[in-house]
Design a protein around this ligand. Structure first.
Ligand SMILES: *[C@@H]1O[C@H](CO)[C@@H](O)[C@H](O)[C@H]1NC(C)=O
Ligand SMILES: *[C@@H]1O[C@H](CO)[C@@H](O)[C@H](O)[C@H]1NC(C)=O
Ligand SMILES: *[C@@H]1O[C@H](CO)[C@@H](O)[C@H](O)[C@H]1NC(C)=O
Ligand SMILES: *[C@@H]1O[C@H](CO)[C@@H](O)[C@H](O)[C@H]1NC(C)=O
Length: 381
């Protein structure tokens, strides 16, 4: 694995693609992934929350400058362009997934995006019992699964096992919203840590249900290094310089994220043993994020603004809760591709691109897809 050597698109993989181009599975003959189903929160939302009547997010993804870099208009994605779900779809030669709530007649024949901004892993009653706020329009993981079942019922009916056999499910990340809402509601680490086993259990139950429905490949991403997000850095400033790491990230929130991720990874390994015929792959969003920080100068990111948002209304991290990206007092930087943080909680098209490369290159062999990956973080899909 040499991320620094710009490894080229090999002649052999070109040949493979040419050879199999006419087969029904296209380039991905080894895997035959013909559809993709995405679940998650605002990191995965491609236009669901903006279609929920009355839903108001502080990051105003329905308006400009969201989408400016790639789509040249807002799509509801929380980025200046594409999100990880888009890069995964492209790597499978699939079109970008349409959001489930788009009822304008768009195609869902190659998959659906169920991700909704603000979505928690846990249901409302679990969080209410612990005094953790949720958005009124919350569509938590169990509800997204209900959407999925209803979608299957209305599209493939009794034939869904076959559809799912040739699909990839991306489950998450989940937990990011549960934790943010808890910390922002002044809950301390010891208490929030007690939610972790419940959240992991919630994710595991969802995986079991997906397997029961016929899913055979499931990617389960972990959470981002929370302490590197402008929103956390703004909300939880610390006078002690040792509270920050070499990139300026808050160590304690990164440690918390690592705690969740380690538990999740372990739980997935156990579940994999239980279902040897299904491939359950951990998606290391945390590691990929840290990798782009480490190689930021080589990747064209500006190292002096690594933890600042590109789009915001000023402040030490260019993040302000009462003036989110999309509001009239916020504006975007002229060079989003040099930034990792886009609006303080979500990343730029370029950061998602680099993170996706790591995730995709790691997952392909694990799902039994060979001859496609390009083992470089510098590669472009
Ligand atoms: C909410 O989640 C908890 C924990 O997973 C579960 O015990 C409870 O039955 C759920 N409640 C509802 C109404 O679904
Ligand atoms: C499945 O679809 C059928 C026919 O469209 C409908 O009658 C039934 O209520 C649906 N079931 C579920 C669980 O959505
Ligand atoms: C990086 O960002 C700093 C602070 O905004 C700016 O002064 C500098 O010119 C930028 N560097 C490059 C190479 O754009
Ligand atoms: C945040 O934005 C609000 C509303 O525009 C403004 O009144 C406030 O001064 C800003 N806070 C900081 C710290 O910049």
């Amino acid at each position: 694995m040499s991320f620094l050597s710009r490894s080229k698109f090999s002649f052999a993989s070109l040949l493979l693609i040419l050879l199999f181009h006419s087969s029904p599975c296209d380039a991905l003959t080894k895997c035959c992934i013909t559809s993709l189903f995405q679940f998650g929160d605002s990191i995965a939302d491609a236009g669901n929350v903006i279609r929920i009547p009355g839903a108001v997010t502080s990051a105003q993804s329905w308006g400009s400058p969201y989408g400016e870099t790639f789509f040249h208009k807002p799509t509801g994605r929380f980025s200046d362009g594409r999100i990880i779900a888009d890069y995964i779809a492209s790597s499978l030669n699939l079109p970008f997934l349409n959001p489930y709530l788009d009822k304008s007649g768009v195609s869902f024949s190659q998959g659906v995006n169920f991700g909704v901004a603000g979505a928690t892993a846990m249901n409302n009653s679990f969080l209410a019992k612990r005094n953790v706020a949720v958005v009124p329009y919350n569509v938590p993981l169990p509800s997204q699964l209900e959407w999925f079942k209803s979608h299957l019922n209305s599209t493939c009916g009794f034939n869904c096992a076959r559809t799912l056999q040739n699909s990839l499910v991306v489950l998450g990340e989940f937990g990011g919203v549960d934790y943010w809402n808890s910390f922002a509601g002044n809950k301390g680490d010891p208490e929030v840590r007690t939610y972790v086993p419940f959240i992991i259990d919630g994710i595991l139950s969802a995986i079991r249900e997906l397997i029961q429905l016929g899913s055979t490949r499931i990617l389960v991403p972990g959470v981002f290094p929370f302490g590197c997000l402008s929103a956390y850095l703004t909300r939880f400033p610390n006078k002690n310089p040792n509270a920050y790491d070499q990139f300026g990230c808050l160590r304690s929130y990164n440690n918390f994220a690592t705690y969740h991720n380690t538990k999740l990874k372990g739980a997935l390994e156990n579940l994999q043993c239980e279902f040897p015929r299904v491939k359950i792959v951990y998606g290391d969003y945390y590691g990929a994020f840290r990798l782009i920080f480490r190689y930021a100068p080589w990747l064209g990111f500006n190292t002096s603004t690594l933890v600042s948002a590109c789009c915001g209304a000023g402040g030490p991290y260019n993040f302000n809760f009462s003036a989110g990206c999309g509001s009239s007092s916020a504006k975007a930087c002229p060079n989003p591709s040099q930034y990792v943080n886009w609006d303080g909680l979500h990343l730029t098209d370029e950061a998602y691109h680099r993170i996706s490369n790591v995730i995709i290159n790691n997952m392909f062999p694990k799902f039994g897809c060979y001859g496609l990956g390009n083992s470089s973080v510098l590669s472009s899909y």
